[in-house]
Design a protein around this ligand. Structure first.
Ligand code: ZN
Length: 342
C-alpha cells in the first residue's frame, strides 16, 4: 500500500502510510499524521507543543471481503494562544466517531437498497452503528431546513401520550415537509421557529391553523401580513362535534317517548367522510335510512357535506359565494331546528 492509495481507496488525505498487518482475519493499516499540518483544533494556530499521542482505531471501507481498520496515533498539542491541551482534529472522521467518512458513505449507499439488519450483517457491524449513521445523516441534512423560499405553512399540534406530552409541528404546505418541531403546545413552542423565520427573510403569504386563540395571536404578532386560514380538517371536526350533539339531543327526545326513531349506532357513519362509506357493510344504506326517518339530522348532515364542498371550489369568488350561501341556509335551518325542539 502507499500514501496515494490511502487517498484513492479510503479518502484519507494529509497522513502518511506506515504499515499493514493482518490480525484475526482483518486488515489493519497504520498511518501517521503529517507533522507540518498539526494545528490547534480551536484557534488553528501553529504555535503548539506536542504533548503525547494516543492510538485510535477507525473502521473504514472493506477490501474485498476483509474488514479494514485504520490505526492512527492522535497527537495531543498544547496551544500557546489558547493555553490548553487538546487532541488535534482528525481529517477523515467526525468527532467522537470510530469510523471514517468513507465508511459512513458506504453505509448510506447500501442503506438505499438494503435493510439496516442486512447492511449490519454484510459489513460485520452492529445494528445500532448502522442506525446511528442513518440518524446522523438525517440530522445533518434535515435538522434545519431552509426557510427562505417558503410561502405557505400550517401549524398544528400532536399528542404523544401522557409521558411525552405535546409536539407543535410546522409544515411547508407546498412540499408537504415538516420544517419545525417544537416541544409542548401553544405560542411558546413556536418561539424558536419565529426567530429562524425572521432570520431567513421568508415572506409567508398564508398560514393554516386550527381556531385556537394562541396560534391566532402568535401569527398576528409574528407575521402580520400573512393571511390566516382555518383549515378544512379543523372546521369539519368542529361541525362533527355539533352533529354528535344534535344526534344525542334527538336520541334523548326519542327516549323521552316523543316517538322519534332510534339513532343509536350511526354516530360514526355521520362523522365519516361519505366517500369512505363501506358498501360491503351497507353503511351508505344504513345512513340513508336513518336520515330519511329524521329530518333535522338529515339537514345537518347535508349541511356538513355542503360545508366540505367550499374547499373544492375552483377559485376564491366561487368559494366566497358558496360560503355566503351556506351561511344563509344554516341560519334558516337553525330556526327550523329551534322550532322542532320547541
Ligand atoms: Zn489555540
Amino acid at each position: 500500500m502507499s500514501t496515494s492509495l490511502l487517498y484513492h481507496a479510503f479518502g484519507i488525505v494529509g497522513y502518511f502510510y506506515q504499515s499493514t498487518c493482518f490480525i484475526a482475519g482483518v486488515i489493519v493499516v497504520a498511518i501517521q499524521a503529517d507533522h507540518w499540518r498539526l494545528r490547534c483544533p480551536v484557534c488553528k494556530s501553529r504555535e503548539i507543543h506536542c504533548r503525547g499521542k494516543l492510538v485510535r482505531r477507525f473502521r473504514t471501507v472493506p477490501v474485498g471481503q476483509k474488514a479494514v481498520y485504520i490505526d492512527l496515533p492522535v497527537q495531543r498539542v498544547e496551544c500557546t494562544r489558547c493555553q490548553a491541551v487538546r487532541q488535534v482534529k482528525i481529517q477523515f472522521a467526525d468527532e467522537h466517531k470510530r469510523y471514517t467518512r468513507s465508511f459512513e458513505r458506504l453505509v448510506l449507499d447500501l442503506s438505499r437498497h438494503m435493510t439496516i439488519q442486512a447492511v449490519a450483517r454484510h459489513l460485520g457491524v452492529s445494528w445500532d452503528l448502522v442506525k446511528g449513521i442513518q440518524k446522523d445523516n438525517l440530522n445533518k441534512r434535515y435538522r434545519l431546513p431552509k426557510l427562505a423560499k417558503i410561502k405557505r405553512i400550517a401549524l398544528d399540534e400532536i399528542y404523544q401520550g401522557k409521558k411525552l406530552g405535546y409536539l407543535t409541528i410546522v409544515l411547508d404546505l407546498q412540499r408537504g415537509a415538516v420544517i419545525f418541531v417544537g416541544n409542548g403546545k401553544g405560542a411558546d413552542a413556536l418561539i424558536p421557529f419565529w426567530k429562524r423565520l425572521k432570520r431567513s427573510g421568508a415572506r409567508i403569504e398564508a398560514v393554516a391553523t386550527d381556531m385556537g386563540p394562541a396560534y391566532i395571536s402568535a401569527v398576528r404578532a409574528n407575521i402580520p401580513d400573512a393571511t390566516l386560514v382555518f383549515d378544512h380538517f379543523h372546521i369539519i371536526k368542529l361541525f362533527n362535534e355539533k352533529l354528535t350533539k344534535l344526534r344525542q339531543d334527538l336520541q334523548r327526545e326519542a327516549e323521552n317517548g316523543l316517538g322519534k326513531p332510534v339513532l343509536k349506532g350511526i354516530r360514526w357513519l355521520l362523522l365519516k367522510n361519505p366517500d369512505n362509506l363501506d358498501d360491503k357493510r351497507n353503511e351508505r344504506q344504513r345512513l340513508d335510512e336513518a336520515l330519511k326517518l329524521n329530518e333535522p339530522l338529515a339537514t345537518a348532515y347535508y349541511m356538513k357535506e355542503e360545508l366540505r364542498n367550499i374547499w373544492h371550489q375552483p377559485d376564491k369568488l366561487s368559494a366566497q359565494n358558496a360560503l355566503d350561501e351556506w351561511v344563509k341556509k344554516s341560519r334558516c335551518f337553525g330556526c327550523q331546528h329551534a322550532q322542532a325542539i320547541l
